[in-house]
Ligand binder design. Structure first.
Ligand SMILES: *Cc1c(COP(=O)(O)O)cnc(C)c1O
Length: 295
């Protein structure tokens, strides 16, 4: 499923980038539903599950989790069953994302917000099942290893800066392991006050990659996870107008806003060559009223 894929690289053209060399790796074009980076993060978990003999992958997520829908789809493709432990009661949380996951065969188990906090207890509750567990958001060593293969899609030595959106930071950790120590890896947090982000990434990097130049920026969350004030929506339409670049409200709109702001602040002056990872997630926009976006 991961062989022979080829992903477009789009060079940004508009004058809003002030002449900065910026390429975008369009992982969003990989699949209309399965968010690009999730696809990469899952590959080695699927291998591990198949090798372990577990016929089922179980994982965690919220009602709008790209990770859940990606897992459901990837499992179906790999011939595995999937179980999603969902935060919140069913009636309140049945979203288009969850409906999609259920369509791909995911068994959804709804737990209260309070119970959801104790993942260990949930795993113990289902310990008698032969399930292979994947952490929320695909966080973990296999996810990091899978995300590292994202850079196989480009001639990575070309770039001085690689920039991506961060949820758990697993994708960024993977990019950092695949990058050289002279490359700057920049993460834009989609969450507000995500204090554990750096530590979570460093844990995945392990001792051999601690020298990587990692910059985490917490200034572009727009109020927090999935918050999308009018300024962000306007920016999404502006970016579409300028580059025909679709973005999502949760991750990539904030990422591109940050790239633009960092350009204006001179971050990429001096012949730097920037690679932006468009991680996908466009189906998250379905929660917006029709007509909000120009694309
Ligand atoms: C999940 C997701 C992310 C965050 O990935 P992490 O590896 O958890 O940091 C970024 N962008 C999109 C579109 C996503 O769906």
């Amino acid at each position: 499923m991961w062989d022979n894929i080829s992903i477009a690289v789009q060079a940004l053209q508009s004058s809003i980038w002030e002449g900065t060399s910026i390429d975008v790796l369009r992982l969003d074009q990989l699949h209309p539903v399965v968010s690009g980076n999730k696809w990469f993060k899952l590959r080695f978990y699927l291998d591990a599950a198949l090798r372990s003999g577990a016929g089922t992958i179980a994982t965690f997520g919220g009602a709008y989790s790209n990770h859940l829908v990606a897992t459901s789809y990837a499992c179906r493709q790999a011939g595995l069953n999937s179980v999603g432990i969902v935060r919140g009661e069913a009636a309140a949380t049945m979203s288009p994302t969850l409906e999609e996951a259920a369509e791909y065969g995911m068994q959804l188990i709804f737990v209260s917000r309070e119970a959801y906090r104790n993942k260990t207890a949930i795993m113990q509750q289902y310990a008698h099942e032969n399930w292979y567990w994947v952490a929320e958001g695909g966080y973990g060593a296999e996810g990091c290893k899978g995300a590292a293969t994202i850079l196989d899609q480009v001639h990575k030595e070309t770039y001085t800066d690689i920039i991506a959106s961060c949820g758990t930071g697993t994708t960024l950790a993977g990019l950092a392991t695949a990058a050289g120590s002279a490359q700057r890896i920049i993460g834009i947090s989609a969450l507000k006050g995500h204090d554990g982000l750096r530590q979570g990434i460093m844990q995945l990097l392990g001792p051999s990659h601690q020298d990587k130049e990692l910059m985490l920026d917490h200034g572009y969350h727009f109020g927090g996870y999935a918050k999308h004030p009018p300024l962000l929506i306007d920016w999404m339409n502006e970016l579409w107008e300028a580059e025909r670049m679709p973005t999502d409200i949760v991750y990539t709109a904030k990422l591109f806003f940050a790239v633009h702001d960092l350009v204006k602040r001179g971050m990429f002056r001096g012949n730097r060559r920037v690679l932006v990872i468009h991680s996908g997630g466009l189906q998250g926009n379905r929660s917006l009223p029709a007509g909000t976006l120009a694309f």
